[in-house]
Unconditional design. Structure first.
Lengths: 276, 176
């Protein structure tokens, strides 16, 4: 399956004189993000529908209890049902559209886009305006008509824009870095990227890695076991042997242990990605 | 130059070199994933999966119904089986792909949760995922019959591990 590669990047002149390397989002990722977004939206919509049904049943129940003439309630009940159905439809539409518009306006990405490292950017380099977000959202009706117009548009334009993107001068970009940022456990990605160049670690044997991860996890994360100064010194020494001797003393010992644990994990993921 | 919304900015490590002392790594605070967040995540996952599997099961159960009306029992069971298998395949793919590549399903990612190996903090292996999601959740269903013991195990534990977590050797964490 083509989940895209960094090679199809496109140099964009977003700000005059400054060229930024941006990757138009691969189609598969955009579809996957959309499926996630609709999953979230339908969860919210479901909650609204259930709430409305409970409310309606409550109102009808009270109505029946108060009026002994239950047969007279027939017409009122039908009218009430229609009004409720319209209100629910309105609420569901509001949830759907506000979800997309507000997330893109405030954060530049919906939650589904965030999962896949996608972001909506404006072609002129400025922040997305409310108008752009709304236009993108309204155009979803046309782009999604039998799935065709949007699909064709993404396939034929070299910035992979759907009609809504073209009209509102926006572009969906993908950053592999951003996507992988969530996969860090012992240290945050920013710190990791800095420390990996700073400490230049070497990979340890597999058996060592397993024991070491167990130690760091127990003493820093799950808190089942507090490390004694002796065990701390023991593992610090082992890790120091695998780091650049010139810089190993500039980093705080516990940070160093956390970093090395993250290094083992990241190398493990990298090997798995190559294997499959 | 306004770039904040146009490109992903590269942030320097917070606290790196700060204060003139030793460099410290910025580490996420890891807490046990609460049951309410996990319930919401499960809801979201169910809806996402239903988007993927409903068309498949509609087509095949529809064909099965037609076969049933024509009293063609072998075709009926064939399509019923196909509907089950083809509905299960996307579900399995979903769990395995997301757990191995991202450490969590989309529902969990949205709620800020990650599933990790309880010993090492690494992502789950395929074997662990199958143990947790298939065998673990099956046991879970049976334990639900007996007052939801597997689920309520988490209520009494600080690390919020359920029976499925024990079977898969996993734990659910929330990273801040």
């Amino acid at each position: 399956m083509d989940f895209g590669s960094m090679d199809d990047s496109l140099s964009q002149e977003l700000v005059e004189g400054v060229r930024v390397q941006l990757n138009p989002a691969p189609l598969v990722r955009r579809i996957a993000a959309l499926v996630i977004d609709y999953g979230i939206v339908s969860t919210l919509a479901y909650a609204v529908v259930i709430l409305a049904l409970v409310l309606f049943a409550g109102v009808v129940g009270v109505g029946l209890a108060l009026t002994s003439l239950s047969e007279k309630l027939g017409l009122a009940g039908t009218v009430g049902l229609i009004i409720m159905a319209l209100l629910v439809l309105l609420a569901v539409m509001a949830i759907t559209h506000l979800y997309f518009i507000m997330f893109e306006f405030k954060k530049g990405q919906t939650l589904g886009k965030k999962v896949f490292g996608l972001k909506v950017v404006s072609l002129n380099g400025s922040r997305l305006t409310f108008k752009q977000c709304t236009l993108r959202e309204v155009m979803r009706y046309i782009d999604g008509f039998l799935l065709l117009p949007g699909l064709i548009s993404v396939l034929v334009t070299d910035r992979k824009q759907r009609l809504g993107d073209l009209l509102s001068d926006t572009l969906v970009v993908w950053s592999k870095n951003e996507e992988e940022a969530g996969g860090f456990f012992y240290v945050k990605k920013e710190s990791y990227d800095f420390l990996i160049n700073h400490l230049k670690p070497r990979l340890a044997p597999e058996e060592f890695g397993k024991n070491f991860l167990g130690f760091v996890n127990q003493s820093f994360i799950s808190g089942n076991y507090s490390s004694t100064p002796e065990t701390l010194r023991f593992w610090s020494q082992k890790v120091d042997d695998l780091l650049d001797p010139a810089t190993k003393d500039t980093v705080e010992p516990k940070s160093k242990l956390r970093f090395y644990a993250e290094f083992i994990l990241q190398e493990q993921y990298k090997a798995e990605r190559k294997g499959t | 130059m306004r770039m904040s919304n146009t490109a992903f900015q590269l942030k320097g490590p917070e606290g790196a070199g700060g204060g003139g002392g030793m460099i410290t790594a910025d580490a996420p605070e890891v807490k046990a994933g609460g049951l309410f967040l996990r319930l919401v995540a499960a809801f979201i996952d169910t809806f996402i999966l239903s988007i993927l599997t409903t068309p498949i099961s509609l087509i095949f159960t529809g064909k099965a119904q037609v076969a049933l009306m024509e009293k063609d029992m072998s075709t009926y069971f064939l399509f019923l089986g196909l509907s089950f298998v083809l509905g299960l395949a996307p579900t399995l793919f979903y769990y395995i792909w997301f757990y191995t590549k991202k450490g969590a399903t989309p529902g969990k990612l949205v709620m800020g949760l990650t599933v990790v190996d309880s010993n090492t903090g690494a992502r789950l292996t395929v074997g662990q995922i199958i143990l947790r999601e298939i065998i673990g959740k099956w046991v879970f269903v049976f334990s639900m019959i007996f007052l939801g013991l597997g689920f309520f195990l988490a209520v009494f534990r600080d690390d919020k591990r359920t029976l499925a977590d024990f079977i898969g050797g996993s734990r659910v964490v929330r990273k801040f």
